[in-house]
Ligand binder design. Structure first.
Ligand SMILES: N[C@@H](CCC(=O)N[C@@H](CS)C(=O)NCC(=O)O)C(=O)O
Length: 203
């Protein structure tokens, strides 16, 4: 399999972590989606990373869908419960974590605009999404050792990738204030080899 993307992307990191956790061998094709000459649209018409090439005529894109694809290969450890409702609950947390990343990414891109084109109200709107999303994740994290059950799931991986991205881009640097359960979860996740091997390169 070939994973198309770069490690500055939290969504690409999520997929790399999943494959490392499952011991799936893959070739990493380092491609930025942001250049005019980017090869990414040849894999994903939407021009976004990650994309996962299984065969020349079988390419998956959107990290949530790729995660689902990888889990249905039934390579241990399972990161989604087999019960459909329980699985949706894990994926709901993944959507929450990814949504926080989406807002953080909007902020990062917005801050690259010339100052006169930046809007404080838009930045505030996105920061509020991040704060509400993190509050909801903190509530989940406070309930148990893992976000949704007795063992590691996709919810923990997606949440840790999101926190890694907030740290990397220094978006909402005080995110950890009054969120002790998320801090604990992030510290635990960052010790895993899969996370140590996918640290974003310095910007
Ligand atoms: N929902 C998508 C989001 C992917 C995404 O936004 N990736 C960014 C990089 S972090 C990207 O490729 N952006 C390029 C663009 O929007 O043109 C996923 O989970 O895969």
């Amino acid at each position: 399999m070939k994973l198309i993307g770069n490690y500055t992307s939290p969504y690409v990191r999520k997929i790399s972590v999943i494959m490392l956790e499952k011991g799936i061998t893959f070739e990493f094709i380092n491609e930025s989606p942001w250049h005019d000459e980017s090869q990414v649209p040849q894999y994903n018409p939407l021009g976004k990373v990650p994309a996962l090439v299984v065969k020349p005529d079988e390419v998956w894109y959107d990290s949530a869908l790729i995660a689902d694809y990888l889990d249905q290969l039934e390579i241990a450890p399972a990161l989604l419960p087999s019960d459909r409702l329980a699985s949706l609950k894990v994926r709901q947390i993944e959507v929450l974590a990814d949504g926080v990343c989406d807002a953080a990414l909007v902020i990062v891109r917005h801050q690259m605009l010339p100052p006169e084109q930046q809007s404080e109200s838009e930045l505030l709107r996105q920061r509020n999404k991040i704060q509400r999303g993190l509050d909801a994740l903190e509530k989940h994290a406070a309930q148990r050792e893992w976000l949704n059950g007795e063992s590691l799931t996709l919810a923990d991986i997606a949440t840790a990738c999101t926190i890694g991205y907030l740290n990397f881009r220094r978006v909402v640097p005080n995110w950890c204030v009054a969120r002790p359960s998320l801090v604990k979860l992030a510290e635990k996740m960052f010790q895993r080899e899969s996370f140590a091997r996918t640290v974003p390169p310095s910007a």
